[in-house]
Design a protein around this ligand. Structure first.
Ligand SMILES: *[C@@H]1O[C@H](CO)[C@@H](O)[C@H](O)[C@H]1NC(C)=O
Ligand SMILES: *[C@@H]1O[C@H](CO)[C@@H](O)[C@H](O)[C@H]1NC(C)=O
Length: 217
């Protein structure tokens, strides 16, 4: 019953503001993920759980990522996360600590289109897909980086406790396809692997499209 009301509420919300979006974040990993979102805050997703984020129309530079290896709750905030921690708080004001697989989007940009991608510029910590729902009018689906092995096959100098860091992280435009990012590009060619890696990595849908982000798709 609650979920029926939830769906009805989402429907009414969507009808009221046509270009707002809902993003459903689902965890299909065999472990708990603590996703964070700007805007949206954060939550805990056990295996099989979903989280619904209502995103206002016109949101620019929206971001969703998953923190993994998080400790128990202390004083109402998370204790420690191996990846994607943000000062121990659930609602981060900025992108969390690396490495993190990052879903990025802007709603209703040029020509009334949404732009979205998955970026590995801040490294990799969780397999992820970012797909439009009912996206018949979208250019071409959405990006997916489903490869669990990235964490295990990561070059030793990039290996982290719960992921793989990107040598381009924080290097801005001074980093390209030959700076140790090939590893990510081979595994997940649909993703952005260095700051100017925009060819065939940016996806578009008409404003008003809804999305689903899945960990371990
Ligand atoms: C929880 O908050 C109280 C009061 O601010 C503080 O004294 C205590 O050290 C905190 N506990 C932890 C584990 O941070
Ligand atoms: C990346 O590679 C280019 C070309 O080889 C080089 O000029 C640049 O300094 C490198 N950047 C970093 C951060 O290593």
């Amino acid at each position: 019953m609650a979920s029926v009301l939830r769906v009805l509420a989402l429907f009414l919300f969507a009808a009221a503001c046509a270009d707002a979006a809902s993003i459903v974040v689902t965890n299909k990993c065999g472990y708990t993920v603590h996703p964070a979102a700007i805007p949206g805050g954060g939550t805990q997703l056990n295996t099989g759980d979903s989280w619904f984020i209502d995103v206002p129309a016109g949101t620019q530079n929206g971001r969703v990522w998953g923190r993994t290896g998080c400790g128990f709750i202390i004083n109402g905030t998370l204790g420690q996360c191996q990846t994607g921690d943000c000062g121990g708080t659930l609602v981060c004001k900025k992108v969390g600590a690396q490495p993190i697989t990052l879903a990025e989007y802007s709603l209703g940009k040029k020509g009334g289109m949404d732009y979205f991608d998955i970026s590995l510029v801040h490294g990799f910590n969780a397999p992820m897909s970012f797909l439009p729902t009912g996206g018949a009018k979208c250019s071409r689906g959405g990006p997916s980086c489903p490869v669990q092995e990235i964490t295990f096959d990561c070059p030793s100098e990039q290996r982290q406790k719960a992921g793989c860091s990107n040598p381009c992280d924080g290097k801005g435009s001074n980093c390209g396809p030959n700076n140790g990012t090939q590893y990510f590009k081979q595994r997940c060619p649909q993703t952005i692997t260095y700051p100017r890696d925009t060819k065939n990595t940016i996806y578009t849908c008409p404003a008003g499209t809804n999305y689903e982000i899945t960990f371990c798709p």
